[in-house]
Design a binder for this molecule. Structure first.
Ligand code: 4AD
Length: 433
């Protein structure tokens, strides 16, 4: 008899198998017990019929507590009534680990309670579906960038430089010196691009942002591609191909999980159709002003959630907003060739109210310009000498971008809050568990 995973049930119909499972829920009548089972690969039902099993097995089935781990042995049947499509008719149960009274019951719980029990909450079917989709997006990311000829160059997490501004840094001691947790691997990816052409990093990044919104994490994972001999327009094409690839792979490989979440697949399909619309920051400001909903918005303002949501709602696909004011963007962005007030950059805004999922730009190549900007930003020139070397020794036009993984997961899974998109979220007031 084979030991299988629940997800492989379809290959074992009418066969006798053994599966290691946990009990998520149960109900029973006098003669039959229905055990809801999970094993990390899927969720399905075990049916225990009193007349077909020993007295002892039926007693276990009636009394076993939620989250008890066990081996069940039985025959797989098709089950057209269930969403999963298969069930097991249980013949034998072997308890592996008994469970105490489980704190998370099928009734409703508040968010704080669930976040305090995040280590257990991860076992629920919704969390399972989100984490599987996150995993698929990570897998597809590696596949996409490998197919497109990118090489992974890992950026350090302890750094001495602050690409995205000095106000959101986590400070730490590095022996007798100061160091910071990385806000972005970008500057290191630029070095990588000058060495290997097309590179990307994928790692944790940290922002000491005192924002308590449904889009902000303190610790999040970012995918940061960087491309030598590449202008912004080609970078935008890579970005939209990448996003369409992520969505298509989730559609192709996560049908079961999308159904658990109740995510509308037709809506997701629309996001695989390229190209995505592009508007300039100037046009975005005009749209906001014309809407009448943002009476105070003026050219030069950065967009908050309401502005991004309004803009994205005007399109049925993600939209690029291009060329923001220089004053509200980081020091490394390439100045516009004919305008002094904007830089060559774009944010990609996701539809359905999810806001910015990608930030990217063409990078400034002029050493003197960069020095000025570094000074203006109040950064320590000495910390950036290595970065300026990239311009001194064979500088080329280059562009790159950063996708916040959890923002993208929240959007693709259709969740309300970014805390659901990462196994153990770090939030303004939470570092437990
Ligand atoms: O726009 P950002 O700050 O861009 C950079 O860090 C660039 N250095 C990237 C690059 O060009 N290589 O951040 C990029 C993305 C955002 O679009 C968003 O998806 C995500 O990172 N992000 C956050 N996600 C969760 N919580 C936060 N606090 C985030 N801040 C940014």
């Amino acid at each position: 008899m084979e030991t299988i995973s629940i997800i492989d049930s379809k290959n074992h119909v009418n066969e006798k198998v053994k599966i290691g499972v946990w009990l998520t829920n149960k109900r029973s009548s006098g003669k039959i017990a229905f055990l809801q089972l999970r094993d990390g690969s899927a969720y399905f039902q075990g049916v225990v019929v009193k007349n077909n099993v020993s007295e002892e097995v039926f007693k276990i089935a009636k009394e076993v507590k939620q989250e008890t781990s066990m081996y069940v042995t039985g025959t797989i049947h098709e089950d057209s009534r269930s969403h999963f499509g298969y069930e097991i008719e249980v013949e034998d149960i072997e308890i592996v680990g008994e469970s105490e009274d489980y704190p998370i019951t099928p009734k409703e719980h508040g968010t704080d309670f669930l976040m305090d029990h995040r280590h257990l909450w991860l076992r629920s079917s919704r969390q399972f579906a989100i984490m599987k989709i996150r995993n698929e997006m990570i897998r597809a990311t590696y596949e996409f960038f490998n197919k497109e000829g990118f090489m992974k160059v890992d950026a350090p997490i302890l750094t001495g430089s602050a690409p995205e501004g000095t106000t959101e840094l986590f400070h730490t001691k590095y022996f007798d010196r100061d160091a910071y947790l990385s806000q972005s691997g970008q500057l290191y990816e630029e070095a990588g691009a000058m060495a290997y052409g097309k590179v990307f990093s994928f790692g944790p990044t940290f922002r000491a942002e005192k924002s308590k919104t449904r889009r902000h994490l303190i610790e999040f994972w970012m995918i940061e591609p960087e491309m030598a001999f590449t202008h912004q327009e080609e970078s935008l094409e890579v970005q939209e191909r990448y996003i369409a690839y992520l969505v298509q792979n989730v559609l192709d490989h996560c049908d079961y999980e999308l159904d658990i979440l109740g995510r509308d697949k037709d809506v997701l399909k629309r996001y695989t159709e390229l190209p995505y619309p592009r508007i300039s920051y100037d046009e975005a400001i005009k749209m906001l002003q014309d809407s009448g909903e943002f009476p105070d918005v003026e050219w030069g303002a950065d967009f908050g959630s309401p502005e991004e949501t309004y803009l994205a709602e005007q399109f049925s696909k993600p939209v690029f907003v291009m060329n923001y004011p220089k004053a509200i963007k980081p020091f490394y962005m390439k100045p516009h060739p004919t305008r002094d007030d904007v830089v060559i950059c774009a944010d990609l805004l996701a539809p359905e109210g999810y806001g910015e999922i990608i930030g990217g730009s063409e990078r400034a190549t002029d050493t003197e310009y960069l020095k000025e900007q570094i000074e203006k930003a109040g950064l320590n020139m000495k910390d950036y000498e290595w970065y300026l070397d990239l311009r001194r020794y064979g500088s080329v036009p280059h562009s790159g971008f950063g996708l916040g993984l959890e923002r993208a997961v929240t959007w693709i899974t259709g969740e309300d809050h970014i805390r659901e998109a990462i196994p153990f979220p770090r939030l303004l007031n939470r570092i437990y568990p």
